[in-house]
Design a protein around this ligand. Structure first.
Ligand code: AMP
Ligand code: ZN
Length: 113
């Protein structure tokens, strides 16, 4: 199985890693959509939100807490930021290893297009 985010977690391919802990790895998105665009991924391979189980609750919580910490470190906490998880085709998911986008440094619109 070749999952690009598993390969980053295992350090088999390079990424601009900005944070790691027992549960998650965070790295800069290769095609940033904002001046801060970081992906927070679980070390465990979970392909989409649809595969999440009760036992994964701590992982999801740790993903969000890592994003909160990184927002502080990147200096976007006060102005604000957006967290996004895309699921499957209508959600715009292109990499099938769960990930949380941390986006900041510009104003985002709501509702999204
Ligand atoms: P999504 O559309 O939610 O599945 O987002 C996948 C994201 O992963 C996109 O924003 C890509 O730019 C990003 N991406 C894909 N491959 C890599 C990589 N090797 N390193 C960093 N970001 C990546
Ligand atoms: Zn994976």
């Amino acid at each position: 199985m070749s999952c690009v985010f598993c390969q980053i977690v295992k350090k088999e391919i390079d990424a601009a890693v900005v944070y790691t802990d027992e549960w998650v790895v965070a790295f800069k998105d290769i095609h940033p959509q904002a001046s801060t665009h970081v992906l927070i991924v679980p070390k465990k391979h979970i392909s989409t939100l649809n595969q999440l189980q009760d036992a994964d609750a701590e992982i999801v919580g740790r993903m969000v807490l890592a994003a909160q910490k990184l927002a502080g470190e990147f200096g976007i906490a006060q102005d604000g930021y957006r967290l996004v998880m895309n699921c499957n085709s209508d959600g715009g998911q292109t990499v099938f290893h769960l990930h949380l986008h941390l986006l900041g440094g510009r104003r985002f619109h709501w509702p999204p297009g």
